[in-house]
Write a protein that binds this ligand. Sequence first.
Ligand code: AMP
Length: 215
Amino acid sequence: MNLVLLGPPGTGKGTIAKFIETTFKCTHVSTGDLLRDEVAKKTEIGLKVEPIMKDGKLVSDSIVLDILKKRLNEFNGYFILDGFPRNLAQGKMLDHLLDELKISLDVVLEIDSPVDVIVKRLSARRQCVDCKRIYGLDVPSKNEGLCDDCGGKTILRADDKPEIVEKRLNLYNETTKPLSDFYNEKGLLVKVDGNRTLQEIFSEVEKTLKKFESD
Ligand code: AMP
């Protein structure tokens, strides 16, 4: 099963994607992580996108599409797309790309939460600088400031600072939210309430996706 995860930043998309990855044997592809990798490696793309990402703005569609194409060509099997598409143009680009690769999209899972919950979650969120694991209110690291998996330093991402979070949420509502209708019209959209414990969300996601697996 191939799926797209939609939802504003701070709804636990990354953590939910990891759960789906292990439960349904899909590969988690996060365009945010792919871009952060480019920034960390100081590649030509990384140097270009770093100031845009720090400011909570969107990177150009063509750059993101290029790194996504490269990543999808690296493996065979199912994927969970997290962070792409981010606007209607990218939704149409994804349709073309999947046609080209002869891959079908099976389901689009939209996670939603109230704004105050999102802001609280994002300001508590930390990411390991080395392995990129995310920690938050629901899943804190055992030793504050250090990653449980690799011992790397965990930090507040530049784009999780409160003033940038507000910008990202506005941008989401203006630019990404319309994708909800786009996929609803295609009959692919399934909504999940993200304002619950992770265990409750995991259990609903599992029940929902099992239906698509057996279809
Ligand atoms: P994320 O980890 O998905 O919140 O992404 C972090 C940042 O990477 C975003 O704020 C954007 O600057 C950039 N980004 C990630 N995915 C995309 C995309 N599909 N289109 C444009 N910019 C993106």
